[in-house]
Design a protein around this ligand. Structure first.
Ligand SMILES: Cc1cc2nc3c(=O)[nH]c(=O)nc-3n(C[C@H](O)[C@H](O)[C@H](O)COP(=O)(O)OP(=O)(O)OC[C@H]3O[C@@H](n4cnc5c(N)ncnc54)[C@H](O)[C@@H]3O)c2cc1C
Length: 656
């Protein structure tokens, strides 16, 4: 894709303006990549069409690239063994020599093309490398991933000019660190409230604002910063007073490459978290920071689209760390539960523990299959993988958390004890509690689970909205509604009959999958059922459907399970190895039971009651229940307001 393919955001909300729900949605909608240029397995799945040919046969990586990448992985693996996880946990700091060692291996340029000094790894091997290094210490995985997946390299790779690539990519491949700065204290899931400004000045822009929680922010020398360029009032409504500065500018949220050491950039704090203690995460202030025009990525107003498009494949790095955690949990569970004897048996032989081990094994296999498939599809570039990548992020972050929780349980009291304490009294330093803490953030960042549900649901119902959207849009005119009615009539007359019968009903359907064929048949039937249920829901709730987050979340979760089963079966059959077939069988058996429970819960749930009670909770009706414990003081801000102006605190940046 080139920059010109990405239209600017249609909606412009002035920086710092109060934003209502409708505007927030419009900004998100405008940032969406509306076109589908390539086929999408995920999109078809939600429409009740199981297009196995899009993922089967299992894509084969290029053998020459494999040889090079394996050689790199071997070196990385040797280096990772020298990393002291306990030390990083204790000092809350990744040592300089570890960062230098990684830079020396080329780990900061894994995703950067060779012609700019990088390793040019495929997505498959990039995710394998992240998984490997994360098993030494997850903060290192987070650092490398934020640097390459959302930091400067990826947006430049997709949207940068040749000059920008030549100027910045060699520095990054050589070991300079980059960060991505979107979040502000008022901007989390909802970018419409973005208040950092980039006001046009002679030769460039002047940046002002405060960015929160930037991973790598304390160390980064190159930043991607999202800021609002004011719009020329002649081109649309904007804050008064901007007319002279913004003349001719279409404005909107824009992505910039900014030098971390530019005058006016202050690292005001390094933030600390429940997990990922080695993370170098900042509160960064920009005061009158000059950014030359040539450092705009793409065009003005394309910032959010660039961020979202970057995440289409960028999202694969987070599940790589989830796969890493699953493999590690499996290894610890296997060794510990075979060794630890209680009540006359190794704990692995007690059914309650055995079930947890089986869950970890099957889920790791399923998750790895999903991730590898997504990475391979991204590499061969034939499919649009935005839905699949989002599904694996969602499913991976939820499942890894469950796996780590089960591991803590299997380890008993030792699961709750820190690695350092275990080692101090003579036992193996197994950081089970750390992995749980480190994984928790994955359900929140790079799209929280709730936002991923909405994002995927939006894509899942896209076909319906494109034909029938105006029918349910309260703002649509009578004429638009009538035209949409005619369009929808034609679409549904063709589409609905396809949902009644399919190959999944034929006893011999998908016979080439051998013993796994029954699961693919199930996926085919479940995909049609899912689509029918979505259609009923749209017919029932129409415009209110977007508020039915409980329903939409389950629809998406079912889709994730169906994609996981499909990936798992294709991989197991392709590898043909008996042990893999056994794990695929178990994964599908477990997944089908989750799907059945979700189908029931689509219509049998407490969603409406929950919403009513939550409203009453927030209105204070049940405060009697909070009595008897100490609750947070009334005084103090829930959300800090950082004023504009120069920094008044000491800069805490870290430089190698
Ligand atoms: C360790 C860490 C590292 C980070 N790294 C970066 C980084 O490198 N760069 C960067 O820019 N940001 C970064 N972030 C920010 C991160 O992306 C945000 O925390 C995340 O987007 C969620 O935003 P929020 O915390 O403001 O939550 P909020 O948006 O305030 O959400 C609060 C809760 O409400 C839910 N919610 C919000 N809106 C909706 C809705 N419409 N429907 C249903 N539920 C909703 C959310 O899912 C969440 O559960 C990082 C954060 C942390 C903690």
């Amino acid at each position: 894709m080139t920059t010109t393919d990405v239209p600017p955001d249609a909606t412009h909300v002035p920086a710092g303006a109060s934003v209502d729900e409708k505007q927030a949605r419009q900004v998100a909608e405008a940032a969406r990549e509306a076109k589908w240029r390539k086929p999408s397995f995920g999109k078809e799945l939600f429409l009740g069409r199981l297009r196995m040919e899009l993922i089967d046969p299992w894509p084969a990586p290029d053998p020459a690239a494999v040889e090079r990448a394996e050689a790199f992985l071997a070196k990385l693996g040797d280096f990772a063994k020298t990393i002291d996880n306990v030390q990083i946990e204790r000092d809350a700091r990744i040592p300089d020599e570890v960062l230098r060692g990684l830079a020396g291996l080329g780990a900061f340029g894994m995703k950067i093309d060779e012609k700019y000094g990088g390793l040019g790894l495929s997505n498959l091997y990039y995710t394998k490398a992240l998984a490997l290094v994360s098993s030494a210490n997850p903060s290192i995985g987070a650092l490398l991933s934020a640097h390459q997946s959302i930091g400067v390299p990826q947006p430049l790779k997709l949207f940068g000019t040749e000059e920008q690539k030549k100027k910045y990519l060699p520095r990054l491949a050589g070991g300079e660190v980059s960060a991505f700065l979107l979040t502000e204290s008022d901007v989390g899931s909802d970018p419409a409230r973005l208040s950092t400004t980039a006001v046009p000045v002679e030769g460039g822009y002047q940046l002002n604002g405060v960015k929160l929680w930037a991973t790598n922010g304390t160390m980064a020398t190159l930043l991607v910063v999202m800021a609002q360029v004011p719009r020329d009032p002649a081109l649309g409504p904007d804050r008064p007073g901007d007319a002279r500065q913004s003349e001719g500018h279409r404005g909107g949220i824009t992505a910039f490459v900014v030098e971390g050491d530019a005058p006016g950039v202050t690292i005001e704090r390094r933030n600390a978290f429940m997990g990922l203690r080695g993370l170098e995460n900042s509160l960064t202030r920009f005061h009158d920071v000059f950014v030359p025009t040539e450092d705009v990525i793409g065009k003005e107003g394309q910032g959010l689209k660039i961020a979202l498009t970057t995440l289409n494949t960028g999202r694969l790095s987070l599940p790589a760390m989830c796969v890493s955690a699953g493999k590690w949990c499996l290894s610890v569970a296997r060794q510990w539960a075979s060794e630890r004897v209680q009540w006359g048996l190794p704990v692995a032989r007690h059914e309650a523990v055995a079930k947890k081990i089986a869950f970890i094994a099957a889920t790791t296999y399923g998750l790895e299959s999903m991730l590898d498939l997504c990475a391979l599809l991204a590499d061969d570039d034939r499919n649009d993988i935005r839905i699949e990548a989002a599904l694996v992020k969602l499913f991976g972050s939820e499942m890894a958390w469950l796996m780590a929780d089960e591991l803590v349980q299997i380890r008993g009291g030792r699961g709750f004890e820190t690695a350092e304490s275990l080692a101090a009294r003579g036992e193996k330093a197994i950081p089970a509690e750390q992995i749980l803490r480190d994984l928790r953030i994955n359900r929140i960042f790079e799209g929280s689970t709730e936002i991923m549900h909405l994002f995927i649901a939006r894509e899942a119902v896209d076909a319906h909205l494109s034909v029938a959207g105006d029918i349910i849009d309260p703002d649509a005119t009578f004429g638009r509604k009538a035209r949409a009615g005619a369009r929808a009539g034609g679409f549904y007359a063709r589409w609905l009959p396809t949902l009644t019968v399919g190959k999944g009903q034929l006893p011999g359907g998908y016979g080439d999958f051998g013993p796994l064929a029954k699961h693919i048949r199930y996926v085919e039937r479940a995909s049609r059922k899912l689509s029918r249920e979505t259609f009923y829901a749209m017919a029932r709730w129409r415009g209110r459907m977007e508020r039915k987050q409980g329903f939409l979340g389950r629809v998406v979760d079912i889709g994730a399970e169906l994609f996981a089963m499909s990936a798992t079966c294709v991989r197991a059959r392709s590898e043909g190895d008996q042990a893999g077939l056994e794990l695929a069988e178990l994964f599908c058996q477990q997944s089908r039971r989750r799907v059945e429970a979700l189908f029931i819960a689509l219509w049998d749930n407490t969603d409406a009651l929950d919403v009513r009670v939550a409203k009453r909770v927030t209105e204070g009706r049940y405060t009697f229940l909070e009595e008897g414990v100490l609750t947070p003081e009334e005084a103090g801000d829930w959300v800090a307001r950082y004023g504009s102006g120069p920094s008044t605190v000491e800069d805490v940046r870290r430089r190698l």
